[in-house]
Design a protein. Structure first.
Length: 461
């Protein structure tokens, strides 16, 4: 098996550049993690003179265009009909209730907000069970029709579709059949197997498995982000799956003057010695901040010298854990923040907290957040499966520690407190810890794979 951390010696040799169509529901200007992989691949291929086109959703940001991919080469198609965007999280309602706590109408407003969220959660859950393959199913036919109507004779040599959502696989399969070209299924997360974050009934899992098998029969290749996930695909679906990891995105330093926390939060934590930060989504029942907050509570008087910042949607999980452990004075909850502010939080922290699922079923998960953290070059405290790919990567790179027991976490916090007191800082990770992990190091492998696929005859459907 090739080492996914080592790029090949060359990218396609001296052969002529190819025509590549990327089908991606998430793409810039969307700043979601899911938009980064297809955007980076489009840029990387275009830099090497490939003729790249993109089929996606959203509206363009003409003031900040996608580097190296002209907007005229991006076909943007809205789903038809548009479905409402529902929130699963009570965080917004809770934040709103806190902001109006001194007003008499708070209780009535909170009840109304709770009712709306309950209805939204029920509708979202019903939709996630009934809409096949996912809630983006209403994008499939509009995307296919628009691309065929606007391609003006342009025909790709190969199509790459990246999911989730997995409706993009249906789009790619239909276009590949119509244009008689091969397509590649790119899994940022798995679908019917090896994905415990998507809660479904047994019947729905069976439906997904059958649909996935059917679509993969027409795919020329499949790719995912880690070897354990690839092995799950080979073992359960019987498809040969290659590995192309995600990587560190090179980006300019954040320049916004927007404060990381509000004035009151900064005043409350002015005397804190050690600052930890977690950015990103907290999954219910999968990523638990409890052991960390329990460890802070066990520090006694030293708890006042620790400040933990949580930025991102948390479904109320962090708030409840804070209340349960009684460490409100040591925690700041920022809620959703911009990507730029998230980067600033990471850069300004002493230690970055990475919450993952402490379960063997999460062994192959390599969250994109780990690469953001590595770019910040701050030590990482990982709470998650100790034999997983993410844990092994952190240890191999000397990028932090893996701890799950509250006592072990507390001991580590005391060690960092002592280090901060002695030297005034927690040392940054050495630049060598990032060697071979930048996105371009991985994408070189992808172009080799796409060239191999483009040279084959499209599979019989």
């Amino acid at each position: 098996m090739d080492n996914p951390l080592q790029p090949p010696d060359s990218v396609g040799g001296t052969d002529a550049p190819l025509r590549l169509l990327i089908v991606a529901y998430h793409f810039p200007p969307a700043d979601s993690v899911g938009a980064r992989r297809p955007a980076a691949l489009a840029r990387y291929a275009a830099e090497r003179q490939w003729d790249v086109r993109v089929l996606t959703t959203g509206t363009p940001d003409l003031e900040n265009p996608v580097p190296d991919v002209p907007e005229r080469h991006i076909v943007r198609v809205a789903p038809v009909p548009r479905l409402p965007r529902l929130r699963r999280s009570p965080a917004a309602a809770a934040d709103g209730a806190d902001a109006t706590a001194s007003r008499p109408a708070t209780a009535a407003r909170a009840r109304a907000a709770d009712l709306r969220l309950a209805v939204n959660r029920w509708v979202w859950k019903a939709g996630s069970e009934l809409l096949v393959p996912d809630s983006q199913v209403n994008w499939i036919w509009p995307a296919v029709r628009r691309f065929l109507d606007t391609r003006d004779g342009w025909r790709p040599d190969v199509i790459l579709a990246t999911g989730p959502p997995f409706s993009v696989f249906a789009v790619a399969a239909r276009l590949a059949r119509r244009l008689d070209v091969p397509w590649v299924a790119d899994y940022r997360d798995l679908w019917s197997v090896g994905n415990e974050y998507w809660v479904r009934t047994r019947v729905r899992r069976s439906v997904d498995r059958r649909l996935e098998r059917r679509l993969l029969r027409s795919a020329a290749a499949s790719v995912t982000v880690s070897e354990p996930l690839a092995e799950a695909m080979r073992r359960t679906l019987g498809v040969h799956t290659r590995v192309v990891m995600n990587g560190i995105d090179r980006r300019p330093p954040a320049t916004s003057a927007e404060p990381v926390a509000g004035p009151q939060a900064r005043a409350d934590h002015a005397a804190a010695t050690l600052t930890l930060a977690h950015t990103g989504y907290v999954y219910p029942g999968r990523r638990d901040p409890g052991p960390l907050l329990e460890a802070v509570a066990s520090l006694g008087e030293d708890a006042a010298r620790v400040h933990v910042v949580f930025a991102g949607e948390d479904n109320g999980i962090v708030r409840r854990a804070v209340e349960r452990t009684g460490v409100a004075d040591s925690v700041t909850l920022l809620g959703q923040v911009s990507a730029e502010k998230s980067w600033r939080i990471q850069a300004e922290a002493d230690v970055l907290v990475l919450l993952m699922w402490n379960d063997p079923r999460d062994a192959g998960t390599v969250t994109g957040k780990i690469f953001d953290y590595l770019f910040a070059r701050r030590p990482i405290l990982l709470l998650g499966y100790e034999s997983g790919v993410a844990a092994n990567l952190i240890r191999a790179r000397g990028a932090g520690v893996v701890r799950n027991d509250k006592q072990a976490i507390a001991e580590q916090l005391r060690a960092w407190l002592a280090m901060k007191e002695r030297s005034g800082r927690i040392p940054a990770l050495p630049a060598s810890a990032l060697d071979g992990l930048f996105r371009d190091d991985q994408l070189a492998r992808y172009l080799v794979l796409l060239r191999e696929v483009a040279g084959r005859v499209a599979p019989t459907r």
